[in-house]
Design a binder for this molecule. Structure first.
Ligand SMILES: Cc1cc2nc3c(=O)[nH]c(=O)nc-3n(C[C@H](O)[C@H](O)[C@H](O)COP(=O)(O)O)c2cc1C
Length: 186
């Protein structure tokens, strides 16, 4: 089972990318996390450019989402909302609306920020945006506040409660996939 991990941060040492890696380590053996690293290459959305063939970076993202069993987003908060480049990427994937790659796709949103509240607002906004695309948004939240104190130099998530929360959220995501549902049913 393939989980596509999308970090909303372009920063080399991003806590959100570290959070995705931490989630990957909590997956059961039959699931693997593939980190998508093409966010910087996505052009600004322009309906005039949204034709076939799509810009290569956009086509690659749409394919990666379509091929994944589920998508795990980790988003920072920029001025109480989602980073613009992440919203822009979701806008590209959301078209054409009726058949877009996110439609009915199980998705989970988590987040980390340097502030106290762990990007709760941007996570809520991203859930709303993903809901508009028709994705199946898992009702779970992992908000890592004070992010610089929560990871060690190797990127390990130090807080055991946070790791437990992340593990539960990731398992809720897996349960939303057809394969995960069947695994739970037997
Ligand atoms: C443009 C900008 C706006 C920000 N706005 C917020 C904010 O509204 N709330 C918050 O908690 N942190 C805010 N931050 C701080 C981020 O939480 C912090 O930079 C975090 O480390 C970003 O995630 P990353 O480590 O994955 O890059 C902002 C940072 C930037 C660069």
């Amino acid at each position: 089972m393939k989980i596509l991990g999308i970090s909303g941060s372009l920063r080399r040492d991003s806590y959100n990318t570290k959070l995705l890696r931490a989630a990957g380590e909590l997956l059961p053996p039959h699931a693997e996390l593939e980190l998508w690293d093409g966010l910087k290459e996505i052009p600004p959305y322009d309906e005039d450019d949204d034709v076939e063939p799509a810009p290569p970076s956009v086509a690659a993202l749409r394919d990666a989402v379509a091929e994944a069993d589920a998508v795990l987003f980790a988003t920072p908060e920029y001025n109480s909302s989602v980073p613009g480049q992440l919203k822009n990427a979701v806008d590209w994937v959301s078209r054409p609306l009726a058949t877009n790659a996110l439609r009915n796709k199980p998705v989970l949103v988590v987040g980390a920020s340097s502030g106290a509240f762990g990007a709760v607002w941007s996570q809520a906004e991203l859930r709303k945006i993903l809901g508009a695309t028709g994705a199946r948004v898992v009702d779970a939240e992992v908000a890592v506040g004070h992010a610089p104190t929560r990871f060690d130099a190797d990127g390990t998530l130090l807080d055991e409660d946070m790791r437990d929360q992340l593990g539960e959220a990731v398992h809720a995501l897996l349960a939303e996939t057809p394969a995960g549902y069947l695994a739970l049913a037997v």
